[in-house]
Design a protein around this ligand. Structure first.
Ligand code: 5MM
Length: 356
């Protein structure tokens, strides 16, 4: 077991003021993101977009690690620099999505299991050689009438724990991502109940598989009402429900919790994280591992045009900085009084006042 290396990597990923960029969209998911800007998902467009992200000046001040997709880990800048090296040169730790997606769980209609265990030991050895120092595995839990079932939660917990143990054997920090989806009209109380049960069973499984918690990070959903719920929640309500839930079921030995954004707007994701940190101190670092909440403004500014790269990079650096502020509870969302003269893309930007 690579105990000290694992603990050092996990702690570096949740260093104060920093968080993780999730850029591990699979080919089918990045196509959906590119569809929103009417851009074809070719290998070159995916490479150019990731180069834009990974070469953003100033991002390293707020970004501790980046999660790649398998294809991205092997790609290079147009000047021939491997992406993992580009990040490592900036002090950003390269990571990799280790699961290979979802499939229906036999015997459990409407529930899914995560794939990728069969060849995992060999793939992890390759990923380490290519420069990755952490990995991520996502399980999806759906709330619905009579859902989730304990059978589906436990099947996912078991796979997650075996994944985590294999990562640690290879010297890679596992990020376990049990995502309770926001889809539906459930209440925040129902989300809290399902998130508690899911996390409880996940940590039981990690214990049984002898996973080193000090060398593991948790990437969960926040406790939120469903997207279609009649009653939405304020950042303070989200923070109170999430912290109460996590204090009950997440061991203090975990160095950090790096939330996913899960379909929240960038502003909501930042405001909710900030409200949680403002309630501190907590047993674990509370940070971010956002995909959409960091990248939505970037795609909007970029539009697939080389002439927009600078504006898109400014939008990314700006969002990273605001999430960096949320790490210490110092972000408060101010509605967009100066829109569209933000966030730094426009020459007349009043950035000092704009916090959107
Ligand atoms: C839940 O998605 C993860 C976090 O992203 P958001 O902050 O946008 O919710 C994300 O890392 C996700 O696991 C990857 O994008 C890979 O997803 P797919 O569906 O391509 O496996």
């Amino acid at each position: 077991m690579h105990t000290s290396e694992l603990m050092a990597t996990a702690q570096a990923l949740v260093a104060p003021g920093k968080g993780i960029l999730a850029a591990d969209e699979s080919t089918s998911t990045i196509k959906k993101r590119f569809d929103t800007i009417k851009l074809e998902s070719t290998e070159e467009n995916r490479r150019s977009y990731r180069e834009l992200l990974f070469t953003t000046q100033g991002a390293a001040e707020y970004i501790s690690g980046v999660i790649f997709y398998d294809e991205t880990l092997r790609q290079k800048t147009k000047d021939g620099q491997p992406f993992p090296q580009v990040l490592a040169d900036q002090g950003i730790i390269p990571g990799i999505k280790a699961d290979t997606g979802l499939e229906l769980l036999a015997g459990f209609p409407d529930e899914q299991i995560t794939k990728g265990l069969d060849d995992l030991r060999q793939r992890l050895a390759d990923y380490y050689q290519l420069g990755a120092r952490f990995t991520k595995w996502r399980a999806v839990i759906t709330i619905g009438p009579n859902l989730p079932t304990l059978g589906a939660i436990d099947a996912n917990a078991s796979a997650m724990a075996r994944y985590a143990a294999l990562c640690q054997e290879a010297g890679l920090v596992p990020i376990i991502e049990p995502e309770v989806l926001m889809d539906g009209s459930h209440t925040i109380e129902r989300c809290e109940e399902v998130t508690s049960l899911t996390l409880k069973r996940m940590f039981d499984a990690l214990y049984e598989q002898k996973v080193l918690l000090e060398g593991t990070l948790l990437k969960p959903n926040m406790v939120l009402p469903g997207k279609k719920a009649a009653q939405q929640a304020t950042p303070q309500q989200v923070a109170e429900a999430t912290i109460r839930c996590f204090r009950r079921v997440v061991p203090a030995a975990i160095p950090g919790i790096v939330f996913l954004s899960g379909g929240q707007s960038p502003e909501e994701a930042t405001a909710n994280l900030s409200a949680m940190n403002a309630m501190g101190a907590h047993p674990w670092e509370l940070s971010f591992s956002y995909g959409r909440a960091l990248q939505e403004p970037v795609l909007k500014h970029w539009q697939g045009q080389a002439g927009n790269i600078e504006a898109a990079q400014k939008a990314y650096a700006h969002r990273a900085k605001l999430n960096g502020a949320a790490r210490s509870g110092h972000y408060t969302h101010v509605p967009r009084p100066f829109w569209p003269f933000c966030p730094g893309a426009h020459p007349l930007s009043r950035r000092s006042q704009c916090r959107c």
